[in-house]
Write a protein that binds this ligand. Structure first.
Ligand SMILES: NC(=O)c1ccc[n+]([C@@H]2O[C@H](COP(=O)([O-])OP(=O)(O)OC[C@H]3O[C@@H](n4cnc5c(N)ncnc54)[C@H](OP(=O)(O)O)[C@@H]3O)[C@@H](O)[C@H]2O)c1
Length: 290
């Protein structure tokens, strides 16, 4: 595996936050022959084949070991421990800031840092198409804090890219399937409510791909090619599960994610090929395996 402009045949990569996506990325990189080090608060690595640093991104003193290791690239894929504003700040501004400082102090410093942001940075609500250049006016603290994190990235002393991920689904993340199967889902009344998602394997696949892109952009949308109306997804799941189509609700379900259609053209043009270009392939496979 060659890490972008570094021209290395083999890289040493740090993955800070080895959860659903981070551990899958680690598995793929190990398969490429890359030396992977994970960082997280748990005592042991989530997979045997990687080196492990026990550390808390929110506690800068626990990251001193990073300065003594040389990484060619780093990936931040940690998520908030609590979904409130304090949890978001702790990981995305304090945690990311601590990681940038620790990596900047390392010798050599990494050439590249990838960050997992979210489509919550957008505030559009009327089904507008958005891309990386669209206005970002998030209505809630989560999107605002992620934009602050992206500003920290811009100021970092190495190349950085932010991958704004849609809702991540895949093996084990079956909330929507379970709702439809249990008969707990309903259809939205009124205009289509658009949703954006990405399969775990494509989230990890896109990060791996971006590690190898020669001159990456500072921001990419990490969503599949089909920003579908929520009702379309629900109807598809009901049909594939062989359960009755849910009824239309009396009132629209409260949605914090707005309604927008995120375009993945930049990621596609950079050469990434989706394993699951839409929810049909992704959820279809998950349902077959139930
Ligand atoms: N889930 C979604 O639908 C979604 C949508 C858009 C964007 N994202 C973003 O995509 C990224 C990956 O998401 P995911 O679903 O893979 O997350 P996840 O499964 O919740 O994993 C996050 C990892 O971060 C680690 N972590 C949390 N706090 C930490 C800390 N203070 N120090 C070190 N490690 C810490 C956790 O490990 P320990 O607890 O063991 O430390 C965990 O392994 C995250 O940045 C998330 O915010 C997710």
């Amino acid at each position: 595996m060659e890490i972008g402009a570094t021209g290395l045949d083999e890289g040493r990569i740090l993955i800070a936050g080895c959860g659903y996506v981070g551990a899958e990325l680690a598995r793929r990189l190990v398969g490429d022959g890359v030396e992977v080090t994970g960082l997280g608060r748990r005592a042991e690595a989530p997979l045997e084949a990687i080196d492990w640093i026990r550390g808390d991104l929110a506690d800068r003193d626990s990251l001193t070991e990073l300065a003594t290791r040389g990484f060619d690239a780093a990936v931040f894929a940690a998520s908030p421990s609590s979904p409130d504003e304090t949890g978001y700040r702790r990981i995305f501004t304090e945690g990311l800031g601590n990681l940038i400082d620790a990596l900047a102090a390392a010798s050599p410093a990494p050439k590249r840092l990838l960050f997992t942001a979210s489509t919550a940075v957008y505030g559009q609500t009327d089904g507008e198409w958005v891309d990386e250049d669209s206005p970002t006016k998030p209505p809630r603290y989560n999107g605002r804090i992620l934009l602050q994190a992206e500003r920290l990235l811009e100021a970092a002393p190495f190349t950085t890219s932010s991958l704004r991920l849609g809702g991540i689904y895949g093996p084990g993340r079956t909330r929507l399937i379970d709702q439809v199967r249990r008969g707990d889902a309903s259809l939205d009344p009124g205009p289509p409510q658009f949703t954006n998602r990405i399969h775990r394997d494509d989230a990890a696949g896109a990060l791996r791909h971006l590690l190898g892109v020669e001159s990456p952009a500072s921001v990419y949308l990490g969503v599949d090619s089909d920003p579908a109306a929520r009702n379309e997804v629900t109807r598809f799941l009901a049909e594939r599960l062989g359960v009755p189509c849910p009824a239309v609700a009396d009132a629209p379900a409260p949605r914090r994610a707005g309604s927008k259609r995120c375009r993945n053209t930049r990621l596609l043009r950079s050469g990434y090929h989706f394993a699951y270009p839409s929810f049909r392939e992704g959820y279809g496979e998950m349902i077959e395996r139930l």
